[in-house]
Design a protein. Structure first.
Ligand code: BF8
Ligand code: SF4
Length: 630
């Protein structure tokens, strides 16, 4: 029955049956073996920060151990654990950005990395007061990259990007004393403050975590997006296909999985290299088929139209098709189980980053300095593996769906320009969007982001929420694995306009966009910050005054916690479909779901039922509309 399906997608059940038949263990077997999760961990009241512990305190007031050995209460322990999740998430996104900054610093006219968007570089140079006049574009790029790299560790001052936020928002941050300083410093501050014998005040802990999260959203993540656009090109809308049906029986299939576009961009170049294509022909393949997964999939689809194999939870299922020559990964969201799963097939599991080696994988280190050669060596491994397929184990599901991906803020503005009467309004702004929001043609906007989580039926929440929102004239933008879920469900196509309410339908037709808009990878949630802030600026209000919500229906990563907190700190409500490990502290839970609104004008909402969660969003959107219209 429907209820028993592990995901929304019926092909997954076919592949899981195949796994069972072939004796391959998947995440669902391990989930079963895991039995009931630890209640203390689940509620955030387990502390193993020092060796006097681990201490587990009772989540129930007045019952059982109320304090850890050092005297830390449930409030302290929960708040510290939460802050550490924020710091870990911030480190992942920001370290990714640091690598892109290094790549930009080594960009050259004749190398593998060039400057693809000079206009965007010049704008950023101007914003950062880097001289541009009479200088070679590469000199400018190198200096901008240095300024970017200094954002990580500068000893004085605050970050540069927060100045992009609406003025009232910046004022709130100043008053709360949460304007982020250097990115690495904010992460270090959380690690320090959460260590034994430091912060033991939940609200103060949260403020420190908020500042760190802002160093992610208005720091590392934003840098990741901006510099990637400059070096790899600012995304433009393009047609692609999504789901495991994009794998090709007669081609070398390479699954690109991970996050950092400096690897995946080089792999795209390598796979198109005549020498490599010739090699593929020599081994009897009709070509090389790249298929993306997780955020790397988003990065390459929005810049090259590379097809989307699937979302996070499908990483093992992709290998089960028996037609993947290599899974090439860099960092983040990579299951260590890819070692045993790939060993059941001919598939090579190739790790490339010293930050994410996996036992049993083939490690071919990717060096940015020799990017193309390095990528060619990796792709060559895949091509040479084509002949080793086990014919009897091949099964490619037929399912694939058309999708449009690659809406950068610039691309969105370009679409909006279609309806601007240039005699009345200037082109190149989000004013048409602000106008339809104000008029109520669109009731609101939602950013639906994040992962898959076996605590939910995969993709069911993503898709149910998206459908219900667009039917209610709420436009949806999406990133990360949520975006890929949308692609697979057909919501990123113009056909999906028929599922939208009348207002949204009219807007989609006028502006020529789908009702659900692909904005990129998880670092690209900063594109959402940019659009929302631009709309707020135009309307002369703050982000928290707009009928806009952030939603993470199936989140699982620490990165999502870091994002959630910077979104709320930026004045946008966040709706979670998976409960974060904070319920062991009533006080801290109350801060996140209530009190934080007094500070930032936004708060967290949690409900594991996607329909109820959507009703909560719609109610909140109308509540904000009422205030806005007053
Ligand atoms: O950064 S949505 S499962 S892939 S964490 Fe991971 Fe979650 Fe996917 Fe990208 Ni984001
Ligand atoms: Fe226990 Fe305190 Fe040590 Fe945590 S920091 S493990 S609560 S003694």
């Amino acid at each position: 029955s429907e209820e028993k399906m592990i995901s929304l997608d019926s092909i997954d059940d076919q592949l899981i049956k195949k796994a069972e038949a072939e004796g391959v263990e998947t995440m669902w077997d391990r989930k079963k073996a895991m039995k009931t999760p630890c209640g203390f961990g689940e509620q955030g009241v387990c502390c193993r920060i020092c060796a006097m512990g681990p201490c587990r305190v009772s989540p129930v007031e007045g019952k059982g151990a109320q304090r850890g050995i050092c005297g830390a209460t449930a409030d302290t322990i929960v708040a510290r654990n939460f802050a550490r999740m924020v710091a870990a998430g911030t480190s992942a996104h920001s370290d990714h950005a640091r690598d892109i900054a290094h790549v930009m610093h080594m960009a050259s006219r004749d190398g593998a990395y060039n400057i693809k968007d000079e206009k965007k570089l010049l704008a950023l140079a101007e914003e950062w007061e880097v001289k541009t006049e009479g200088r070679d574009i590469y000199d400018i790029a190198h200096e901008v990259a240095e300024v970017a790299l200094n954002e990580f560790g500068k000893p004085f001052g605050t970050l540069r990007f927060p100045k992009r936020a609406p003025a009232p928002r910046q004022k709130i941050w100043e008053e709360l004393d949460i304007v982020p300083r250097a990115i690495d410093r904010e992460i270090a501050t959380v690690m320090h403050s959460t260590s034994i014998g430091c912060t033991a005040d939940a609200e103060s802990m949260l403020r420190i975590a908020m500042r760190t999260s802002l160093s992610n959203g208005w720091g590392g993540s934003m840098m990741g997006t901006e510099l990637s656009d400059i070096v790899f090109g600012t995304p433009t809308p393009r047609m692609t296909e999504a789901n495991l049906g994009v794998l090709e029986e007669n081609q070398v299939n390479i699954l690109l999985h991970g996050h950092d576009p400096s690897l995946s961009e080089a792999v795209v170049l390598a796979a198109n290299d005549p020498e490599i294509i010739k090699l593929a022909e020599e081994v009897g393949a009709e070509g090389i088929n790249l298929a993306g997964m997780c955020c790397t999939g988003n990065e390459v689809t929005m810049r090259h139209g590379v097809k989307i194999a699937g979302t996070f939870y499908q990483q093992e299922l992709a290998v089960l098709t028996g037609v993947i020559e290599a899974v090439i990964v860099d960092v983040q969201c990579i299951f260590p189980s890819l070692t045993p799963v790939t060993s059941c097939y001919h598939t090579k599991f190739i790790t490339t980053s010293p930050k994410a080696k996996v036992e049993g994988a083939t490690h071919i280190e990717f060096h940015e300095v020799t990017a193309l050669e390095s990528a060619k060596a990796i792709v060559r491994e895949a091509v040479l593996n084509y002949g080793n397929r086990k014919k009897e184990k091949i099964f490619i599901p037929e399912s694939k769906t058309q999708a449009i991906t690659g809406y950068s803020v610039e691309a969105v503005v370009k679409q909006l320009d279609r309806v601007v009467n240039s005699h009345i309004d200037p082109q190149g702004t989000v004013k048409p969007l602000a106008d339809v929001l104000k008029a109520g043609v669109l009731r609101g906007a939602a950013g639906i982001v994040g992962c898959n989580n076996p605590k939910t039926r995969h993709e069911y929440s993503h898709i149910e929420i998206m459908k219900k929102l667009i039917a209610n004239d709420v436009i949806v933008v999406t990133t990360g694995c949520a975006a890929q879920a949308a692609a697979k469900a057909g919501l990123l196509s113009k056909d999906a306009v028929k599922l939208a309410g009348k207002g949204l339908q009219a807007v989609c037709e006028l502006v020529d966009i789908p009702p659900v808009i692909h904005l990129g990878s998880c670092v690209d949630n900063t594109r959402i910050l940019k659009i929302v802030s631009a709309v707020a600026d135009l309307m002369g209000v703050d982000n928290c005054d707009l009928p806009v919500v952030g939603v993470a229906p199936e989140w699982m990563s620490e990165k999502a916690v870091g994002i959630g907190l910077y979104v709320v700190s930026s004045g946008i409500d966040v709706f979670l479909g998976v409960t974060p490990p904070v319920t062991g502290s009533k006080h801290f839970t109350d801060i996140l779901t209530n009190k934080i609104e007094d500070m930032t004008g936004a708060k967290f909402f949690v409900n594991t039922n996607p329909h109820e969660l959507t009703d909560m969003m719609l109610a909140r959107i109308e509540e904000k509309r009422t205030k806005l219209e007053q």
